[in-house]
Design a protein around this ligand. Structure first.
Ligand SMILES: Cc1cc2nc3c(=O)[nH]c(=O)nc-3n(C[C@H](O)[C@H](O)[C@H](O)COP(=O)(O)O)c2cc1C
Length: 246
């Protein structure tokens, strides 16, 4: 289906993708990932983009300590998160790490480096998509949809007062194009990797979070405004633990 481009940035992104693909450059897999991201962005009407602070890549606490402390947190104080905290959580869930010989690696592995995941945030300021390539949030709704998302997850208590919900979604077609039906399984596995990274990063920052799998898919799709073809796999409410939960 033809989807019109909505911004100069998308035009430039698709142009670079074509150039890299035609040249068969060393980063053809990056071009494919950028193409997927551009398609996802094009399906959303981006209202504004917020650059995120560069992530801290040198945490001071050992992995074993974070693993030992991880626990599902379902009660939150109403304090908001800083842009640095949000950026750190999103980077952990799937941000870029370093350039490899064939493509730019991320915090999560991906079957065939095809990266089927898309990560969204739902906060008081609206709903946005995490741009992995730019480490930014592209906001496509500027109203608070947290209550709607709570309803989609049957009003579970972990949605009460939570400042941020991270939605891990996937477009399995990016993976099934190479691996057939098995690609659907790979996309689900990758959501698990992203989620565990996010949960551990929350511990590292003194935050609390919980993986939520019980929700109505169509309801979440509507609230978040997911592009056609993307399915929600996990919701992750994140915030400062309520005093009793600390
Ligand atoms: C795939 C999956 C789905 C889950 N769905 C929910 C959920 O919908 N609501 C919830 O409160 N917790 C949910 N959890 C969290 C589990 O209940 C929790 O991990 C489990 O009770 C173990 O406790 P712990 O994480 O504190 O160690 C889910 C966990 C996983 C892995």
């Amino acid at each position: 289906m033809y989807t019109p481009m909505r911004s100069g940035r998308q035009f430039l992104m698709v142009g670079s993708v074509l150039l890299l693909t035609l040249c068969g450059g060393p980063h053809a897999l990056d071009a494919r990932a950028a193409e997927s991201e551009a398609a996802s962005a094009a399906a959303l009407s981006v209202l504004r983009t917020d650059a995120l602070p560069a992530p801290d890549r040198t945490g001071s606490r050992p992995l074993e300590t974070l693993l030992q402390e991880r626990v599902s947190v379902r009660a939150f104080a109403s304090d908001t998160l800083t842009a640095a905290e949000v950026g750190q959580l999103l980077w952990a869930a799937g941000g870029q790490t370093h350039a490899g010989e064939r493509f730019t690696h991320r915090t999560v592995p991906s079957a065939g480096a095809l990266y089927p995941l898309e990560i969204y945030v739902v906060a008081s300021s609206g709903v946005g998509r995490y741009s992995v390539v730019d480490h930014s949030i592209e906001w496509h709704q500027e109203i608070d949809r947290r209550a709607g998302l709570s309803g989609a997850a049957y009003g579970q208590r972990c949605f009460k007062d939570v400042p941020l919900i991270v939605v891990i979604a996937a477009d399995p077609s990016r993976t099934t194009v190479k691996y057939g039906i098995r690609g659907e399984r790979y996309a689900t596995m990758e959501a698990g990797f992203a989620c565990q990274n996010l949960l551990l990063e929350a511990v590292a920052r003194g935050l609390g979070a919980v993986a939520v799998g019980a929700f109505d898919d169509d309801h979440v799709r509507n609230v978040v405004g997911l592009p056609t073809g993307e399915i929600p796999l996990l919701l992750v409410p994140v915030g400062h633990p309520a005093p009793a939960a600390r």
